[in-house]
Design a protein around this ligand. Structure first.
Ligand code: ATR
Length: 278
């Protein structure tokens, strides 16, 4: 059997997903294609999704700006996708389209892969930002058993909204200024906004003056790989977690949903880093 997978979004020409899934197919010994289906904003979205159904696509990823819009076209939603209110992975199960969200759990898997010891600890975690990415990571952390996850954001209402998507454990909502002042409370600090992304590589969301040297500092921005935020964290002695690994692990979970096959990320992280730095 030959598989057909793909990605919908706009713009997606520079997506790394075809490379990632091609590697997965080789590792899993399966034959197939992962194609880009760019859908511009003027196109009839429903019709484009019907075309994918007609192609008997096995599954597809969804990226900006369709992670929420796609929900109207689906037959079922899994629990994570419901909580997050967004879908990044769709499985075609005998004609029934089922929506999943692997962003948050992929992020957690990437972090635990790099720092396995965190699983056994009661850690204080701080998320910086309260957009779509933060919502996914917050729910991924909470559903993986991390109870103390605080959220700091420029707009407090957005952080409050995320807090209400999951009731287990404690969540404090802070301003970015407050976060700077109490940074020494946190074992893991996760930057979830686009601040620091190319071309604005000199920008940083908060200062890290009070960061503990034993902390892990993580940035979901991966262009550049070493953001200003990570550089400062490293200078202060913290351990760092780079953004591109989330991309690999959310893809690995999607691949598993589509094929029920488990693949090892292995040296793909280094390879991807080389491609991004290319
Ligand atoms: P995404 O879906 O990629 O997470 P988003 O929903 O637009 O993107 O969310 C962007 C996040 O980055 C928000 O938390 C936003 O803060 P506000 O909620 O106050 O808008 C945050 N953000 C973007 N630019 C920022 C900046 N210059 N300083 C601080 N926060 C910023």
């Amino acid at each position: 059997m030959s598989y057909l997978f793909g990605l919908i979004g706009y713009p997606i020409k520079h997506s790394l997903s075809p490379w990632i899934h091609q590697q997965f197919m080789e590792k899993a010994n399966i034959i197939g294609e992962y194609n880009l289906f760019e859908i511009n904003l003027e196109t009839d979205f429903k019709n484009e999704i019907n075309k994918l159904r007609q192609k008997n696509i096995n599954g597809f990823n969804v990226t900006v700006p369709y992670k929420e819009t796609i929900i109207n076209e689906l037959d079922e939603l899994d629990e994570q996708a419901q909580k997050i209110g967004a879908v990044n992975t769709v499985l075609n199960s005998n004609g029934k389209l089922i929506g999943y969200n692997t962003d948050g759990l992929g992020y957690v898997k990437s972090l635990e892969g790099a720092y396995p010891a965190i699983k056994n600890k009661e850690l204080n975690i701080l998320l910086l930002g309260a957009g779509g990415a933060a919502r996914g990571i917050y729910n991924g952390l909470k559903s993986s058993g991390y109870l103390n996850v605080d959220i700091a954001n420029r707009t407090l209402e957005k952080a409050e909204e995320i807090k209400h998507t999951n009731i287990s454990g404690m969540t404090n909502v802070l301003t970015l200024n407050e976060a700077e002042q109490v940074l020494d409370r946190y074992d893991i600090v996760i930057q979830t906004t686009s601040v620091g992304m190319k071309p604005n590589i000199d920008t940083q969301i908060i200062s890290l003056d009070k960061l503990k040297s034993t902390a892990i500092i993580s940035d979901i921005v991966y262009q550049p790989i070493m953001t200003q935020f990570l550089k400062e964290g490293k200078k202060r002695g913290a351990s760092i977690h780079k953004g591109h690994t989330m991309l690999l692990y959310q893809a690995e979970l999607a691949f598993n949903i589509w094929t029920e096959k488990q693949v090892e990320i292995g040296n793909m992280s280094l390879k991807l880093q080389t491609i991004l730095e290319g």
